[in-house]
Design a protein around this ligand. Structure first.
Ligand code: CO
Length: 280
């Protein structure tokens, strides 16, 4: 299940009316978000500290006192100071149209004036916190290798070495998968030719079913554990929920091909001393 969007609804400043804020808080809950409400008369520093403690994706500021031009930018400034400026800030309340460009220039992403349907606010938050939801996973660093299933390394290798002119980096047996693997360098990337060592090997089964050919695409990542947790939490089907040992001491895990329209993806994380797996 996808992690729910967490929103801190906060009332900075001195005004003592929170009916509007409470209505918005309830409406966002009805939209499936987790909402924390700070209560009245919070300072920007209290709001920022609550947002960080509660690990929210978005802060919704409400202000009726007229002090929004001081209070909202101060929240944005403190968030940045704390390195938490990936938290989306939106504002609402009694805010004159002419103040909106200034507030946006100060890091408030959007202002919702009275009468805005709460579904509009919710849709905006959903569309714009996505960036944040993705931001804690780094993109894969590069293509680690393309895995190709072959019946026989001996038969397959001459095409790669003699015809394409690639250099053979080495061969390795991976007992757990019952395969013998040959790595060929293509610049920073690799071809990984996989020959089954027994009929029980997943590669033997693949060749039986689909013939020789491209078997998987491997991505070089830094954060395999966090990435698998996140994929699993998001309902992406996995073959391996936790990494296992692959060639060259890498930690590897396969996603289920259902996750990507029939393409089998592998995640590879190489030991620190073999950054990118380039020191074979
Ligand atoms: Co592989």
């Amino acid at each position: 299940m996808e992690r729910k969007i967490r929103v801190l609804v906060a009332k900075p400043g001195l005004d003592g009316h929170d009916r509007g804020a409470l209505v918005v808080a309830q409406a966002l809950r009805d939209e499936g978000m987790e909402v924390v409400y700070t209560g009245l008369r919070q300072t920007p520093a209290q709001i920022v500290s609550a947002a960080i403690q509660e690990d929210v994706d978005c802060i919704g500021l409400s202000c009726l006192s007229g002090a929004h031009n001081e209070l909202f930018p101060e929240v944005a400034r403190l968030l940045q100071e704390q390195g938490a400026d990936d938290i989306l800030i939106v504002g609402g309340g009694v805010i004159p149209q002419e103040d909106i460009p200034f507030l946006k220039s100060q890091g408030i992403s959007e202002i919702f004036t009275p009468g805005t349907p709460t579904s509009v606010t919710a849709d905006y938050i959903r569309a714009n916190v996505k960036r944040k939801a993705m931001s804690f996973v780094q993109p894969p660093k590069k293509m680690a290798h393309i895995g190709i299933a072959v019946r026989s390394l001996e038969a397959a290798l001459p095409f790669y070495t003699q015809q394409l002119g690639l250099s053979l980096l080495g061969t390795e047996e991976v007992a757990s998968e019952q395969v013998k693997i040959a790595f060929l360098a293509v610049g920073e990337s690799r071809f990984e030719l996989l020959e089954p060592l027994s009929d029980e090997s997943p590669i033997a089964k693949f060749i039986d079913k689909r013939g020789e050919g491209i078997h998987h695409i491997a991505l070089d990542v830094d954060d395999i554990h966090a990435r698998l947790e996140r994929l699993s939490a998001n309902g992406v089907p996995l073959i391996h929920e936790t990494p296992k040992e692959g060639a060259h001491g890498a930690q590897i895990a396969f996603l289920h091909p259902k996750a990507a329209g029939g393409v089998l993806f592998e995640l590879c994380q190489y030991p620190a001393e073999k950054v990118g797996g380039n020191s074979e």
